[in-house]
Design a protein around this ligand. Structure first.
Ligand code: PLP
Length: 403
């Protein structure tokens, strides 16, 4: 497993193909075997409590650790230049494990006022019900974050680009604010991926990924991960992954590993296609506004240039009468699927109504926060995950419905 050191100075494409895996020592298999076993033959003196578990302990039980899942954790660590990673059954499992691990009754956390809906919803009620204070802040505004700091602030949680607005957060700036306050910074980097941004190098303490999206990339396996320093990830694994039990299935780990091998080259095409589709939409009379970090019209394009090496494949856009258009998209698109989720090889589009989301998921404390939502989303947005098809075919598919 120390083989990962071999790839320390390699490029991301080499890491994506080779890190974490090696030819099988028994069979010589070049492609990783999948290990579905839930239990492993142990020595007579193996401990039964996770307390005694060392990072290098032999495999004991798959909820504690599994060779196929470990391969994925190592590959991902190599790609994020992280000391350690722990995989979970889904992105939400990873995010909620991190909240349970870092926060206890009496603590305060600052959470992005716009984030993945389920994350927003658990931090609206479930987490505050445990006696943890939560302030929802637009993390794109560093001054707002600084003002929200309290003596008991332990965690700042941001998503960049955030789902669904594609608003960016300056990781370096927020890391400084967090550390001055003695708090940790967690960044959900699902939309950016390590091809665009490596948050740990910018000062974040934790990175969260939904592996279900770009890293797996094929829409066939749920998974999640948290990455960071060994001293933070080892206790996270013991306290949450192993004890709460949201372990990633080895089969899903194997599917995601296979997807990850091609992930850097897929990201290039996602970006190339998204730039073409975003430019087409921006010039279409039926489209009021396009938000894409790679377009000069994105309000934070300068930050995108600084922080994202790849603008990824997510676009949002506003139109007149979006509800009616959503129905037309759902029945009239032939290539793009009208469906939730993102980051797959297939293009996906979905309409998100502002009124609905404001009542279910996003609660704004100030007018400024509400204004920022309205600036990016208006009465509602189409979220388009641009896939790997030919850009011209995607543009024609959209054009046929828009006209
Ligand atoms: C999808 C998503 C999640 C949740 O991931 P699941 O694998 O669906 O649980 C978290 N954060 C972001 C930004 C996402 O897009």
């Amino acid at each position: 497993m120390k083989d990962n050191d071999l790839f320390k100075n390699a490029g991301d494409r080499t890491k994506a193909v080779h890190a974490g895996e090696a030819p099988d020592k028994v069979t010589g298999a070049s492609s990783p075997n999948i290990v579905m076993s839930t239990t492993f033959i142990t020595d007579a003196d193996a401990g039964f409590s996770v307390e005694g578990m060392e990072e290098e302990s032999p495999y004991l039980y798959t909820r504690w650790g599994n060779p196929t899942v470990r391969q994925l954790e190592e590959k991902l660590s190599a790609l994020e230049n992280a000391e350690a990673a722990v995989a979970f059954a889904s992105g939400m499992d990873a995010a909620s494990a991190l909240l349970f691990h870092t926060l206890k009754s009496g603590d305060h956390a600052i959470i992005s006022d716009v984030a993945y809906a389920a994350l927003s919803e658990i931090t609206n009620e479930m987490i505050p019900d445990l006696g943890i204070e939560i302030t929802k802040v637009n993390t794109s505004d560093p001054e707002a974050v600084r003002k929200a700091i309290r003596p008991n602030t332990k965690l700042i949680y941001a998503e960049t680009p955030c789902n669904p607005l594609l608003r960016l957060t300056d990781i370096e700036a927020i890391a400084v604010i967090a550390h001055e306050a003695g708090a940790k910074l967690a960044v959900d980097s699902t939309f950016a991926t390590p091809a665009a941004t490596k948050p740990l190098e910018l000062g974040a303490d934790y990175v969260i990924h939904s592996l279900t999206k770009y890293l797996g990339g094929h829409g066939d396996a749920l998974g999640g991960a948290v990455l960071g320093k060994k001293e933070d990830i080892i206790p996270l694994r013991k306290k949450t992954a192993i004890r709460l039990g949201g372990s990633l299935s080895p089969f899903n780990a194997w599917l995601i590993l296979r997807g990850m091998a091609t992930f850097p080259i897929r990201m290039r095409v996602h970006e190339e296609n998204a730039l073409k589709v975003a430019s087409f939409l921006e010039n279409h009379p039926a489209v009021k506004r396009v938000i894409y970090p790679g377009l000069p019209s994105h309000p934070q394009h300068e930050l995108a240039k600084k922080q994202m090496k790849n603008y990824s494949g997510m676009i949002t856009f506003q139109t007149e009468d979006p509800k009616k258009l959503a129905a037309k998209f759902a029945s009239g698109l032939h290539i793009i699927h009208y469906a939730v989720s993102l980051g797959h090889h297939r293009s996906l589009i979905f309409y998100l109504n502002s009124q609905d989301l404001k009542s279910s998921s996003f609660h704004f404390d100030t007018e400024k926060q509400e204004d920022s939502w309205n600036e990016f989303a208006g009465e509602g947005i189409f979220r388009l995950s641009v896939g790997l098809e030919d850009a011209d075919d995607l543009i024609n598919d959209l054009k046929n419905v828009l006209e």
